[in-house]
Design a protein around this ligand. Sequence first.
Ligand SMILES: CC(C)(COP(=O)(O)OP(=O)(O)OC[C@H]1O[C@@H](n2cnc3c(N)ncnc32)[C@H](O)[C@@H]1OP(=O)(O)O)[C@@H](O)C(=O)NCCC(=O)NCCS
Length: 333
Amino acid sequence: MAKIKPSKGAPYARILGVGGYRPTRVVPNEVILETIDSSDEWIRSRSGIETRHWASPEETVAVMSVEASGKAIADAGIEAGQIGAVVVSTVSHFQQTPAIATEIADRLGTNKAAAFDISAGCAGFGYGLTLAKSMVVEGSAAYVLVIGVERLSDLTDLEDRATAFLFGDGAGAVVVGPSQEPAIGPTVWGSEGDKSEVIKQTVPWTDYRDGEVEKFPAITQEGQAVFRWAVFEMAKVAQQALDAAGITSDELDVFIPHQANVRIIDSMVKTLKLPEHVTVARDIRTTGNTSAASIPLAMERLLATGEAKSGDTALVIGFGAGLVYAATVVTLP
Ligand SMILES: CC(C)(COP(=O)(O)OP(=O)(O)OC[C@H]1O[C@@H](n2cnc3c(N)ncnc32)[C@H](O)[C@@H]1OP(=O)(O)O)[C@@H](O)C(=O)NCCC(=O)NCCS
């Protein structure tokens, strides 16, 4: 049997830089009230959301991704040509093929980086981060760009009371590269396909094409079922990620959960018994739920406002449609 040379990677991986892009248009709750019977007070108190951003036709998935990635690459202090792989997590890019990652890799000026899209809903960032870490440590890429990007306004039924107020658009990106010390902990991740009905696209595209439904497909959910699952099951997963990383909540500086509902965030903080000193991301208030983009967007904002700082230890957890989830402890860039 011929001897195959093993690939050579870095000892460990870390997040080296982060960047975000929020569309120019800010949409207050008043706009949502034009199409559903609700109130600003109800939306704020039940979800925490005050405003969200909606993309213009020009703010495409590629445009938002390139903006966010440019900032992440600059923040990491590397050149685009050093990036070996581009992973784009999205559920709202409307062209099936080719993957949008290839166009983004080209526009950024990478040197023919490997590029592909993944679909893991609101856990998409954690899934991408886990792949990136493996690539850096295994040696198939020196630097990996992970992008979470959504135009959920394209997949929102503005007449659906359960979801019209929830979703927003935006892109967040990180550069993952080599490290001499562990800076991305073990990922606790999984899927529960038996609960796939609780968050999903209303109907397949083909039903719309074939005239079986009049309304363009949108994301629909059983709010209470998702809420209960997130509060009870995801707090356990978050704890498992802390345990796997060997970190106690006292040692934690920052908690960046998926921005789905401020009451879910508050409840997880309580269940995890996070100490007062832990900074908690509540970016949902002005960003809404941006699915795969929500964690890197929240991370970027905490660092930009000084609420978190480089080198802080952060617990990140994403969860959503699938159902899927991914949690890990990281050192902030
Ligand atoms: C969507 C969500 C905010 C709804 O909050 P809730 O407290 O569960 O609301 P319910 O659906 O139980 O409805 C409670 C009441 O509010 C009413 N209501 C529902 N939507 C409303 C709206 N948009 N405006 C005003 N009232 C509304 C209901 O009719 C109900 O009234 P009733 O008590 O008279 O029957 C909440 O379930 C949630 O955030 N779920 C998770 C969402 C999520 O994270 N999704 C993304 C996946 S990661």
